[in-house]
Design a protein around this ligand. Structure first.
Ligand code: PLP
Length: 449
């Protein structure tokens, strides 16, 4: 039974009159290219609090996607709101040419929770910018300029990183060439070598062997590699999780070939997978790590954290941007970090993630079009297929399920190599009751779909 006080509350059928009106106005003024230009725009958001989103028609949704997996501490956390209000009255804009206490404090705090050995940081604003900065640091630190990325990886839309994204459609028509050599990621459910493994680690071994051979092979098409970049758990790739030997294997290869290892923890970090940083599940420390999304507590903050050597490779003035060290954004991030630790959100993500994973596995185990449910912490992917035996992806059904869920008051994400993976990444402050409601509603949506 869904508790009316905690569940979604739909007053109008989607889209309600206010939403329709807003969408029409938007269509008259906005250029193309945004997701909202698609036939079914996502919900409009008038306000958001905790795990709830309210649209202009007064409909209340349970947010299981956290705004591209970024509202880790929930929407409008009161401690962050208070910090923003206090800071707004004191200092907001400050160019990055000046020193501020918020800038110093945030760096100190970020480094205090960073993996051991990462002792320096530099700020950026968006995730894409942080990755771009990491590439520049790697180039300067190694005097090399080629990169290795993996199938399914996603690093943002800024020009410097666009060519690292494995989906060629993201750069089509922009005159950007791939700026990485792409290698298979051990996505065991869809093994890149066409095998069906019972142990995902066998897939990891195949990928590692293939990569190692290429690194030894002067005819493999690669020059000198500055860095390998990957997400320990791929987000846009559909919550594809590195099998246990993969990241240690990459670390070994990087050490052997003098290559820097960059972890993009922009989506997988900040408690999302049940540890502060996803790389901790494998006990692997990268040379550079990019963080963003949830770190800002709702404001745009990102950073590169790394080992002192690589982090000290730029000359003074080589990294700047007007709003790089915005005091308001940094005050919000300081408060968000405090919330993450005081509210034990990593542990909560691990515990509730297990509940969500096992309940969904029970609920959907007979569903003929659910191929696999995988997850780590409150980061869950449901692979939608036409047929469990052929594993043929079914992006149309994934999209229909997402729309039906929205009509029932649940916000989900969709991602994956073939856009057929329903993604759940709720705010980590979600409680048991809200989670149970979400599971029941999801069960109904899948039954109908
Ligand atoms: N890296 C990863 C893993 C991401 O998931 C994203 C965004 O979804 C980015 C980088 C880009 O971040 P931003 O959209 O803030 O530029």
């Amino acid at each position: 039974m869904i508790d009316a006080a905690s569940g979604p509350k739909m007053i109008t059928a989607y889209p309600g009159p206010q939403t329709r009106d807003l969408v029409e106005r938007l269509r008259r003024v906005e250029g193309s290219g945004m997701r909202t230009a698609a036939e079914f725009p996502l919900v409009n958001i008038e306000s958001a609090n905790g795990v709830y989103i309210i649209d202009s028609d007064g409909n209340r949704y349970l947010d299981l996607y956290a705004g591209f997996a970024a509202a880790n501490i929930g929407h409008a956390h009161p401690q962050v709101t208070a910090a923003i209000q206090a800071q707004a009255a004191k200092l907001t804009h400050v160019s990055s040419a000046y020193v501020t206490s918020t800038r110093v404090q945030l760096l100190e705090q970020l480094l205090s929770i960073a993996p051991t050995g990462l002792t320096r940081g530099l700020f950026a604003i968006t995730g894409g910018q942080a990755n771009d900065l990491a590439l520049r640091l790697a180039r300067r630190a190694t005097n090399r300029d080629e990169f290795i990325a993996f199938h399914g990886g996603y690093f943002g839309r800024d020009a410097g990183v666009l060519g690292l994204n494995s989906k060629a459609s993201f750069r089509r028509g922009f005159g950007v060439s791939p700026n990485a050599h792409f290698f298979p990621f051990p996505y065991a459910y869809r093994c890149p070598f066409g095998n069906h493994h019972t142990d995902p680690d066998e897939c990891a071994q195949e990928c590692l062997t293939y990569l190692e051979n290429a690194l030894h092979n002067p005819a493999a098409g690669m020059g000198d590699i500055a860095a390998m970049i990957l997400e320990p758990v791929q987000g846009n790739g559909g919550v594809t999780i590195s099998p246990k030997s993969f990241l240690p294997g990459l670390r070994r290869l990087c050490d052997q070939f003098g290559i820097l290892l960059i972890f993009d923890e922009i989506q997988s970090g900040f408690g999302r997978t049940g540890k502060m940083w996803a790389g901790e599940h494998w006990n692997v420390v990268p040379d550079l790590m990019t963080v963003g999304k949830g770190v800002g507590g709702g404001l745009p903050v990102s950073a590169v954290l790394g080992r002192a050597g690589a982090m000290s490779s730029l000359d003074a003035g080589q990294h700047t941007s007007t709003f790089l060290t915005n005091a308001l954004a940094h005050a919000a991030a300081i408060a968000a970090l405090d919330v993450m630790i005081k509210e034990n959100l990593c542990e909560r993500s691990a515990q509730l993630g297990e509940v969500l994973h096992s309940s969904l596995s029970d609920e959907l185990k007979e569903h003929p079009q659910v191929g696999e449910i995988r997850g780590l912490g409150l980061f869950i992917g449901i692979e939608i297929v036409k047929d469990r035996v052929t594993r043929e992806p079914d992006p149309k059904l994934a999209s229909r399920l997402m729309q039906q869920a929205r009509d029932a008051g649940l916000i989900l994400g969709v991602s994956g190599y073939y856009n057929n993976v329903i993604k759940l990444a709720p705010p980590l402050i979600i409680n048991h009751q809200q989670l149970e409601i979400a599971i029941e509603l999801l069960g109904n949506v899948f039954q109908r779909g």
